[in-house]
Design a protein around this ligand. Structure first.
Ligand SMILES: [Zn+2]
Length: 254
C-alpha cells in the first residue's frame, strides 16, 4: 500500500453508500485518480465541505499498486470555487471543463501544464462577469489544444503555406488548420470560417485568459469559432461532441 500526498481538483463525485462517495480527481502528480471518500457525508466528517465538486484540495491518498481505487484521508482545501457551483451558468462551464478533464485524462499520466490551466480557468471563471463565461471556456479549450500539441494552424495554409486569407476561409480539422482553395481536395473534415472568427481564434491563441474576459464579440462570431474548436477537440482529443454539460449549457442560452 502506497501513501501519497496529492494536489487535486475534484472533477466528479458519485454516491457509494449512504455516507461515502467515490470521487474522480484530476491530480497534479498522477493524472486521473479514483478514490473513496469514506464517511464524507457523516455530519462530523472532516472531509465534509472539502471534497466537493471543483474544489482544489490537498490530501493523502492510500493506494495499492494493483488497485484502481484509492482511499482519501487528511484532505484540506487549497481553493474553493463557490461561484462555480452556486450560479448555474458558472456551474455549467465548471462542469463542462471537469467533464473534458475526465474524458481526456488517464491514470498515471500527469499533465502539470493542464493542471495549471485548470487552476487559472477556475479562478478567472469564478470572478469574471457572467456573460464572459462562454468566451473564457472556449479560450481555455483552445489553450488545451495548444498544450496537447494540436494547435490549429491559423496563419497559413496547413498544406502549402499560403498566407493570404481574406474571403472563403476554410479550416480542416483532419489536416490541422486553414486550407486554401487549391489544397482543399476531397477533404470532408472542413468548415467555413468568417474572417472575424479567424481573428478571434488568433486572439484566443495569443492572449491570456484574463485578457480575453475584456474582449467583446458578437454571437455569430463566437459560435463559429466555438464550432471550430469543438471540431478540433473532438477529432484530436477524442472529446465527444455531445458532452452532457454542453446540453446543459444549451438550455441556459436565451
Ligand atoms: Zn494551400
Amino acid at each position: 500500500m502506497g501513501r501519497y500526498k496529492i494536489n487535486a481538483f475534484v472533477i466528479r463525485a458519485t454516491r457509494l453508500t449512504e455516507s461515502s462517495r467515490v470521487v474522480t480527481l484530476f491530480t497534479k502528480e498522477f493524472g486521473k485518480v479514483k478514490a473513496v471518500a469514506k464517511g464524507v457525508d457523516r455530519p462530523k466528517s472532516k472531509l465534509g465541505g472539502v471534497i466537493e465538486l471543483f474544489n482544489l484540495i490537498e490530501a493523502v491518498l492510500y493506494k495499492k499498486e494493483t488497485s484502481e481505487l484509492g482511499t482519501l484521508s487528511d484532505a484540506s482545501v487549497i481553493d474553493v470555487y463557490p461561484g462555480s457551483s452556486e450560479e448555474p451558468r458558472r456551474y455549467g462551464f465548471g462542469s463542462a471543463w471537469s467533464e473534458i478533464l475526465d474524458k481526456t485524462s488517464h491514470p498515471d499520466h500527469p499533465r502539470p501544464k493542464t493542471f495549471g490551466l485548470t487552476e487559472e480557468y477556475f479562478r478567472i471563471l469564478n470572478r469574471s462577469k457572467l456573460e464572459k463565461s462562454g468566451l473564457l471556456f472556449w479560450t481555455a479549450l483552445y489553450k488545451l489544444l495548444i498544450l496537447e500539441g494540436y494547435a490549429p494552424e491559423i496563419h497559413k495554409c496547413a498544406s502549402c503555406g499560403k498566407t493570404d486569407f481574406k474571403a472563403n476561409i476554410i479550416v480542416s480539422w483532419k489536416r490541422g488548420g486553414l486550407i486554401c482553395g487549391k489544397c482543399r481536395d476531397n477533404d470532408d473534415t472542413i468548415m467555413k470560417l468568417s474572417s472575424k472568427s479567424l481573428d478571434l481564434l488568433r486572439k484566443m491563441s495569443s492572449d491570456s485568459l484574463e485578457d480575453m474576459t475584456e474582449v467583446s464579440i458578437d454571437e455569430k462570431t463566437g459560435k463559429n469559432a466555438a464550432e471550430v474548436i469543438l471540431a478540433f477537440a473532438s477529432y484530436h482529443l477524442g472529446l465527444p461532441r455531445n458532452l452532457k454539460s454542453f446540453k446543459f449549457l444549451e438550455t441556459l442560452a436565451d
